[in-house]
Design a protein around this ligand. Structure first.
Ligand code: NAI
Ligand code: MG
Length: 349
């Protein structure tokens, strides 16, 4: 039996509610599968920890995390008490960068029983692979002068290594999917970075002759997400483009409370981090009404990454069955509590 050592960081707000719920579901699916088990270790890092210790996690936090197979995180943020840039940079970004989690993966799929804000959403099932370490979000640039003479420069950094890594990962995913990769570009407007991006894409695709490809400008791609999301399988995008596209992907699914995400170290040199798209939702924290599905689906992505995709599929099927049966939290127009949704998913497994 395989045992996975998972570092658990529930974080703040609803993170403390949805993480234990997801863990119960994951333990149940492990038990049903019989070939693996989880060993969870909780870390109380986040804004409460900051208010007590003056830091979001201890100095040796990254060293501690490196001893685990993966990281399962809820959400961080208590904007009334701790400024968001402190909570974000002191924990999340530190882990993403420190563990070289250079790929961010976010699926967007029309789930049975969910109402998309699109009038005719068809049956879309998209995975966006976003370069997570450089690109437009690079700490390179500066500001000089003031007043009318003021100048701001923000550099975008594209390395062949990271660009190629994201693209290869997209092609690998496509092999287990519907064998199509779309590259998000903008080489008609950005005259250095995106022609480079296109060149790398054209070179990488020759290694995957069995995969169909298309190249689409990001502005058109955003429009297609609304008009014909069913046309896409795997999409590879730069940091900024992927950021915007995945929020749109979450929106057409119906609620931010269900959207999952993974920050991957695909070399498996360090643990990867699995965290839902949503934040700590202070407006509904402590009321037992948060939707646990985003966190549970995030757990499914962890199962997939650990090589237990059968168990992962089981979890997603259970989620869809429960939604279709009408057991939903308020963000989805239902009236069920977090506990009721969790119990129904476990029952359905
Ligand atoms: P948010 O995602 O926490 O909430 C946005 C809206 O969606 C709220 O109305 C909330 O009630 C609702 N919502 C979110 N998750 C839900 C769920 N599971 N079930 C039902 N409703 C849900 O974003 P917001 O309000 O902008 O940020 C709150 C705090 O979370 C801030 O401190 C922010 O920095 C932090 N944050 C942290 C993230 C992370 O840890 N990865 C990501 C996004 C925000
Ligand atoms: Mg975003």
């Amino acid at each position: 039996m395989d045992t996975y050592k998972i570092a658990v960081i529930p974080g703040d707000g609803i993170g403390k509610e949805v993480v234990p719920a997801a863990i119960e579901v994951l333990d149940e699916v492990a038990k049903l599968d019989g070939s693996f088990q989880f060993q969870w270790t909780y870390f109380p890092w986040g804004c409460d920890y900051y208010l007590e210790h003056g830091e979001m996690m201890p100095d040796n936090g990254l060293e501690v995390l490196k001893q685990y197979d993966q990281i399962f995180l809820g959400a961080v943020g208590m904007p009334e008490l701790v400024p968001d840039h402190i909570s974000l940079w002191g924990l999340l970004i530190k882990i993403r960068r420190g563990m070289k989690q250079s790929i961010n993966v976010r699926p967007a799929k029309l789930l049975q029983g969910l109402e998309s804000p699109l009038k005719n959403p068809h049956d879309f099932d998209i995975t966006v692979v976003r370069e997570n370490s450089e690109g437009e979000y690079s700490d390179s640039g500066g500001r000089i002068h003031s007043g009318n003479d003021e100048i701001a420069i923000q550099n975008a950094i594209f390395t062949r290594k990271s660009t190629e890594r994201a693209m290869r990962y997209a092609f690998e995913l496509a092999q287990d999917s519907r064998k199509h990769v779309t590259s998000a570009t903008k080489s008609n407007g950005l005259t250095y970075s995106m022609p480079f991006w296109d060149e790398v894409f054209n070179a990488v695709k020759t290694d995957y002759p069995e995969i169909d490809t298309s190249v689409t400008h990001i502005d058109a791609l955003a429009a297609f997400f609304v008009m014909k999301p069913q046309a896409f399988d795997i999409i590879v995008a730069s940091n900024l483009f992927g950021d915007i596209l995945t929020d749109l992907g979450g929106a057409i699914m119906g609620s931010i409370g269900i959207a999952p995400a993974a920050n991957l170290n695909i070399e498996r040199e360090y643990p990867s981090m699995f965290e839902p798209v949503h934040g700590s939702a202070p407006d509904i924290a402590g009321k037992g009404i948060a939707n646990p599905i985003g966190q549970i689906w995030t757990g499914k992505m962890m199962l997939d990454f650990l090589g237990h995709s059968e168990a992962g599929t089981r979890v997603l099927n259970a989620i869809e069955k429960v939604l279709a049966s009408g057991v939903k939290t308020r963000d989805l127009g239902g009236s069920s509590s977090l506990e009721e949704v969790k119990a129904a998913i476990i029952q359905s497994l």
